[in-house]
Each structure stands twice: as structure tokens, then as C-alpha cells.
Design a protein around this ligand. Structure first.
Ligand SMILES: [Cu+2]
Length: 154
């Protein structure tokens, strides 16, 4: 009798603990999901001077994790910006006659055979562009388009 009561209390202790563990698990799982919410978009760059996909869609404010792979044998980069800004940047680069340039957080340069991640959120809807500013690449058509839909569609 005594044993049974003890056994029962031990059991309820375990049930209690596993309940707490379950709740904690739930809390942590939820937190983990919240912090890795970013949608992954895989973009390939190659020596045909093309992005693949060359056009894709996103939503304003959406957290994106761009996994950019260079499957070519020369260095490529992915620069994101409004198409007008990218065109202006390309012009400036030609005028500067310099292959050396700096970008902010809107670009990632990837060595041949490597991959890199660019975390990105489009702050406004509309047509955005992708470009590679390695010398001559943008001019040869290494560019793409991203259609960004508004966050609230009424
Ligand atoms: Cu390129």
C-alpha cells in the first residue's frame, strides 16, 4: 500500500516534469521558428553572365535569406537595388575605370565554386533589380528583376 502511494507520487512527479519539459520545448521551438522565419531564395550565378532565376517575386517587409552560389570560374557578385540606382552605379563604374568598388549591405561577392548568404528585406514594393558589377558583366546582361508586392494587399 505504502509502495503504491510512493509509486503514484513518483509517477505524478514524472508526469509533472515531462509536462514542464513539454511546455519548455514548445516555448523554445516557437522561439526558434520565429528567429529562422526568413524565406530562403537560392540564386545561381554563372559564366554565361546570368542569374538563375533571372526574375523572382517577394513581398515588402519579408525577411529573405538569399543563398547565392557562383557556379562559374570567375568571381561574380549580386547587388540588389532599385533598377535606376543599379544603372547609375554601372555608369559611374565605367566612368571611374575601376574594378574596385564598395557596397553596403545590399551586395555579396562570391568566389568561383563558393556560396554566400545575403540577408535582405525589401523596404518598399515595386520593381527591384539584381546586378553583377564585375567588369563588363552588367553590360553583358548580368542583371535580373525582382517584383516586390506590397505587404498589405487590399
Ligand atoms: Cu558576374
Amino acid at each position: 500500500m505504502n509502495f503504491q502511494i510512493q509509486h503514484l507520487s513518483t509517477l505524478s512527479k514524472y508526469v509533472g516534469i515531462s509536462f514542464v519539459v513539454a511546455v519548455l520545448n514548445l516555448a523554445f521551438t516557437h522561439q526558434a521558428t520565429a528567429s529562422t522565419e526568413a524565406r530562403t531564395v537560392a540564386i545561381d550565378m554563372n559564366d554565361k553572365l546570368r542569374f538563375n532565376p533571372a526574375s523572382w517575386e517577394a513581398t515588402e517587409g519579408e525577411d529573405l535569406r538569399l543563398v547565392v552560389t557562383n557556379s562559374g570560374k570567375v568571381r561574380h557578385e549580386l547587388v540588389i537595388g532599385k533598377e535606376k540606382e543599379l544603372a547609375e552605379h554601372a555608369k559611374q563604374m565605367l566612368e571611374a575605370h575601376s574594378g574596385h568598388h564598395h557596397h553596403m549591405n545590399n551586395a555579396v561577392s562570391v568566389e568561383p565554386g563558393q556560396s554566400a548568404v545575403l540577408n535582405w528585406t525589401f523596404k518598399s514594393p515595386g520593381t527591384w533589380g539584381m546586378a553583377c558589377f564585375e567588369p563588363g558583366h552588367f553590360e553583358a546582361g548580368m542583371a535580373g528583376q525582382i517584383t516586390v508586392k506590397p505587404k498589405h494587399s487590399h
